[in-house]
Design a protein around this ligand. Structure first.
Ligand SMILES: Cc1cc2nc3c(=O)[nH]c(=O)nc-3n(C[C@H](O)[C@H](O)[C@H](O)COP(=O)(O)OP(=O)(O)OC[C@H]3O[C@@H](n4cnc5c(N)ncnc54)[C@H](O)[C@@H]3O)c2cc1C
Ligand SMILES: NC(=O)c1ccc[n+]([C@@H]2O[C@H](COP(=O)([O-])OP(=O)(O)OC[C@H]3O[C@@H](n4cnc5c(N)ncnc54)[C@H](O)[C@@H]3O)[C@@H](O)[C@H]2O)c1
Length: 475
């Protein structure tokens, strides 16, 4: 346990920062967060929470689009459209912004209840044990610290040839100011951010083109999963331009032109740029404080979040370890437990579960197929399409699968991928198996509800018990 003489100063109030603040404050330390934007950081105000709130509406629209197969039509008895289903994007985006602001206020209340002081302003290090805050309402404040946590996150990467104007050429932070449904959106970048926005806008009934610099969308994800997603998106009408690099984006009145490096020009009403992120580590006094920053600007940390400067820790996107809110939070908690001398388990990325919130969703945990194919780990794989699952049939779900990876011999489950509706929820039993080193037989032996999508997870685990390799990878 710490006491109030142990001063912790945290720069950045996102999940990396605020989760750490709770740990340190609950242990008795004197904790201050210096933050520019408001508690919750980009995760809550511009990135994770707003995008998933927008996606909640797009999910509903996707379900409605499949309603006819389940016998529900939005037509009167004469066959005329009785109700036109339209999205009111102004209302959706107002809800998004309100929800983000409310969540930030919730986080602020919880921090205050724990006795954490929040200083509005921009922080920078003045040596390893001091933070200077340029206050939002003017002036500066100097905060001495026994431990400093840098959790400043990252910001959208922008190019000089495609400058966002906040109206029609937009970063993902700016899309919530749109009030009218765009006529045609070009999303540039087919990483997780680009894929999520492209999928969401498509579900909202918008004409979407996705500019993908690689052979396929989601180059960092499971290849089988990405193939299913790309097939579904194109089937639903998205124009996916593969192996296409954006050279510039310009605007003339209401028309935005996206020019590709091969000379092709695509016109649209709005362009969303999802070109990756850059860490917020410039002008923070890091190098001067002895904190090593790599060529990409990311703070170098070890698995207990220590930087190269004694007493200075870093967590979250500014470290580039794995850009997820859950990982940022865990890095922050680990940093504080380490500083406070508490028992601490180093960060284990092989236990992280994550989800791409497209339609269908793609959830992943543990070792990947790519690592198996590259010989980094020996594992057996089973892939079971969801189309054979009775619940999926009832719900009209045809796209998706469950993939499990287990060690030969021991049968310990080391990874998994679920593609389908609510894959983010379905991955949990696989994450428990990976986290607790359960065997495929143990996963198979647990009762699942009949009929349920999770039945496919138990069935996939049962197939890993079979000795016949042909049964493992089904078409
Ligand atoms: C569109 C999008 C959707 C995403 N969706 C998900 C998702 O569904 N699930 C998931 O797990 N992850 C998601 N992520 C990733 C997730 O948002 C990040 O991993 C997470 O925000 C990282 O948290 P952090 O604490 O490192 O930084 P941030 O959340 O970026 O917070 C850092 C804060 O520090 C502030 N700051 C910066 N510099 C200073 C300074 N000098 N002084 C004071 N304050 C400063 C910043 O302004 C910011 O408010 C998404 C990312 C994007 C772009
Ligand atoms: N659901 C989630 O958990 C979630 C959602 C969004 C982002 N994130 C996290 O944020 C991180 C960043 O993801 P991201 O998608 O923002 O970035 P990214 O770096 O993964 O993807 C950016 C993509 O843009 C492409 N690109 C760059 N310049 C281009 C150009 N000129 N023309 C065409 N394509 C171009 C790159 O090749 C790359 O594929 C990831 O680690 C991800 O895990 C998570």
């Amino acid at each position: 346990m710490a006491d109030r003489s142990d001063r912790v100063v945290i720069v950045g109030g996102g999940p990396g920062g605020y989760e750490a603040a709770h740990v340190a404050a609950n242990a008795g330390a004197d904790v201050t967060i210096v933050d520019t934007d408001g508690p919750g950081g980009s995760a809550v105000l511009t990135d994770c929470v707003p995008s998933k709130t927008l996606i909640a509406t797009s999910e509903l629209m996707s379900e409605l689009a499949g309603s006819a197969e389940l016998g529900v039509s939005f037509r009167d008895h004469e066959g005329d459209a009785a109700t036109a289903i339209r999205v009111d994007l102004g209302r959706v985006n107002a809800r998004v912004k309100q929800l983000a602001a409310d969540q930030s206020a919730d986080i602020e209340r919880r921090l205050e209840r724990d006795g954490v002081r929040i200083v509005r302003g921009r922080g920078r290090l003045d040596g390893p044990q001091r933070v200077v805050a340029d206050l939002a309402d003017g002036g500066t404040e100097t905060l001495d610290a026994d431990a400093v946590l840098v959790a400043t996150g990252a910001a959208p990467r922008v190019l000089d040839s495609a400058v966002p104007d906040g109206e029609r050429i937009l970063t993902w932070e700016q899309v919530y100011d749109i009030t009218d449904v765009p006529e045609k959106v070009v999303v540039v970048g087919s990483g997780v951010t680009g894929a999520e926005f492209a999928s969401a806008y498509l579900s909202l009934g918008i004409d979407v083109t996705l500019v993908s610099s690689r052979d396929r969308v989601l180059p960092g994800e499971d290849a089988d999963a990405a193939a299913v997603l790309e097939e579904v998106l194109t089937r639903r009408g998205m124009n996916v331009l593969s192996r296409s690099r954006m050279e510039s984006v310009t605007r003339d009145g209401d028309v935005v032109t996206v020019r590709l490096t091969d000379g092709t020009e695509v016109e649209c009403s709005h362009c969303v740029l999802a070109l990756g992120s850059v860490p917020n580590t410039a002008d923070l006094g890091l190098q001067e404080a002895g904190v090593l920053v790599d060529d990409g600007g990311f703070v170098r940390v070890d698995r207990v979040s220590r930087t190269t400067a004694r007493g200075v820790y870093a967590a979250g996107d500014c470290t580039g370890v794995l850009m997820l809110a859950s990982v940022a939070a865990m890095q922050g908690r680990i940093a504080m437990s380490h500083h406070l001398g508490d028992a601490v388990a180093p960060l284990d990325l092989k236990k992280v579960s994550s989800n791409v919130f497209t339609s269908p969703e793609i959830a992943t945990v543990g070792w990947s197929q790519k690592a198996v194919d590259a010989g980094e780990i020996v594992a057996e794989t089973v892939l079971l399409p969801l189309s054979g699952n009775p619940r999926a049939k009832m719900q009209g779900v045809r796209d998706g699968f469950v993939k499990l990876l287990c060690r030969p011999g021991t049968g310990i489950v080391v990874g998994g991928v679920v593609v389908g509706p609510r894959a983010s929820e379905l991955i949990h039993p696989v994450a428990v198996a990976v986290g607790e080193s359960l065997t495929a037989d143990q996963l198979a032996s647990v009762f699942t509800v009949y009929p349920s999508m999770s039945g496919s997870i138990a069935e996939a685990a049962r197939r890993l018990h079979r000795s016949d390799p042909a049964a493992r990878r089904l078409p």
